[in-house]
Design a protein around this ligand. Structure first.
Ligand code: PMP
Length: 463
């Protein structure tokens, strides 16, 4: 009998007898697999959320600098999205249409295409299953189909999703080790890293050497790797630790891939839609990708993933990458409301300004706390690499990473009412991905809470 254990009538309100996080977390632990991850680091049950704020079932408020892993460009429940969705639900329009068209899809498609290079004149869209990973799968399959080749070049520190193909082009070996062979034909190359240059050179010399290495590798008929179908990368690595690619390096990748007829796939799942201070992160380098992978913010908080692809690459046979949930109408409605707001409110410029001021304040903090080895990122995609400054620095001045301290800082942030995530090698980088609508006073509050957390964590870790 279900009736005894049925959820309360208004399932969105906490159960009166159990107004605490532990109750829900305990039940979640029984209901769900061990695979769940965020609740281990952010142990709360969310009751309400608005803008940059999240309120748990005990009434505690948190500043949300995780924002659905960068999904919530306009923050939680933005009025523009809520109103658009309410209007849609009352309209009698369908919620689910496979890939059949509707007026909602039509309007969304037009608005999204316009954001691509040359107002999208040379591109078309492909609606995928609703995860970034599915769109990455589609991009890889399309590049192979269009070129008749199979190899793919990916980069250290890159993150593209958790399905077998997407994982094959993802750097993090921790999640790959147990799985055996993934997609065949993937070749990794070093991605520039200002603080931990893979070539030990640092600065522009490091980035130049990596551009040269890539270029030689592709040009060299004895490099051992047959010409790839595609090169896939993020213009700012997100999960890899808020690590931006130097513009000149990216331009070299574009030039070489173009010269060899290699499909350049830009994964803008996390960095896209104004987060880095431009509509797309590749725009900083002035390049035009062949395929643009979009998800997260594109659906305005609801699940959606779309490819932008050059028309001449559109070698698909009908149905060659299909999927039931390619027609999430509500996500297109909330996505359209989000795209319009991003443009109307110039949230690209605002993200650039707020990001620069947050980065300035964090760099000032780093002077007082040498365990903050580097502050980096672009726009509102920021990272702080946490190090053990008591240990010897390498030749470029970088101390060893301190992932345990980074985890402790995250815990103290949570206690201070600041939600954020870690990334980078072993999670040694604290990452800030606040909603783009964050106000200056809220930025100041982020800094204040973060400083208290760093102070507390250092006191606990180092006495
Ligand atoms: N690409 C990038 C750059 C991402 O950051 C992510 C998710 N963090 C993905 C792909 C995968 O998206 P999803 O989790 O929706 O599959």
């Amino acid at each position: 009998m279900l009736s005894e254990t049925r959820a309360p009538l208004d399932a969105y309100e906490p159960v009166a007898a159990a107004l605490n996080n532990a109750h829900y977390l305990g039940r979640q632990g029984r209901f769900e697999s061990n695979v769940r991850s965020y609740p281990r680091k952010l142990p709360l049950a969310i009751a309400k959320a608005q803008g940059v704020w999240v309120t748990d079932v005990e009434g505690r408020r948190y500043l949300d600098c995780l924002a659905g892993a960068g999904t919530l460009a306009l923050g939680h429940n933005p009025p523009a999205v809520v109103d658009a969705l309410a209007g849609f639900l009352a309209s009698g329009a369908p919620m689910h249409t496979l890939d059949l068209t509707t007026s909602a899809k039509d309007a969304f498609s037009e608005a999204l295409l316009e954001l691509l290079p040359n107002q999208g004149r040379d591109y078309c869209l492909q609606f995928c299953g609703p995860s970034g990973a599915d769109a990455v799968e589609a991009a890889l399959k399309l590049a192979k189909t269009a070129t008749g080749r199979t190899n793919v070049v990916a980069f250290s520190g890159g993150y593209h999703g958790m399905t077998h193909g997407a994982l094959a082009v993802t750097g993090n070996t921790g999640v790959k080790n147990a799985l055996g062979p993934l997609m065949a034909g993937v070749q990794f190359m070093p991605y520039p890293h200002q603080y931990r240059c893979p070539f030990g050179l640092g600065g522009e010399a490091g980035a130049e050497a990596m551009a040269r290495y890539f270029s030689d590798f592709i040009d060299d008929v004895e490099s051992g790797v047959c010409r790839p179908a595609a090169v896939i990368l993020e213009a700012v690595q997100g999960e890899g630790g808020a690590n931006p690619a130097p513009d000149a390096w990216l331009r070299t990748i574009r030039e070489v891939t173009q010269r060899h007829g290699i499909v350049l796939i830009l994964d803008e799942v996390q960095a896209g839609f104004c987060r880095t201070g431009r509509m797309f992160a590749y725009e900083h380098a002035g390049i035009e990708p062949d395929i643009i992978v979009m998800s997260k913010a594109v659906g305005g908080g609801l699940p959606l993933a779309v490819l932008g692809l050059r028309r001449e690459l559109d070698a698909w046979q009908p149905g060659a990458h299909s999927g039931t949930f390619r027609g999430n109408q509500m996500a297109m409605v909330s996505g359209l409301a989000t795209l319009r707001t991003l443009r109307r409110d110039r949230l690209d410029e605002q993200a650039a300004q707020r990001g620069a001021s947050l980065a300035r304040d964090l760099k000032a903090l780093a002077k007082d706390y040498p365990a903050i080895g580097q502050v980096r990122g672009r726009g509102l995609m920021l990272g702080l690499e946490i190090v053990d400054e008591r240990q010897r620095a390498d030749a470029l001045g970088a101390h060893p990473m301190d992932a345990a301290l980074a985890a402790l800082i995250q815990k103290h942030c949570f206690e201070q009412g600041l939600l954020l995530e870690r990334g980078g090698r072993n999670g040694s980088v604290i990452r800030l991905l606040p909603p783009l609508i964050i106000e200056p006073a809220q930025c100041a509050e982020v800094i204040a809470r973060f400083e208290r957390a760093v102070h507390g964590a250092l006191g606990e870790a180092r006495g």
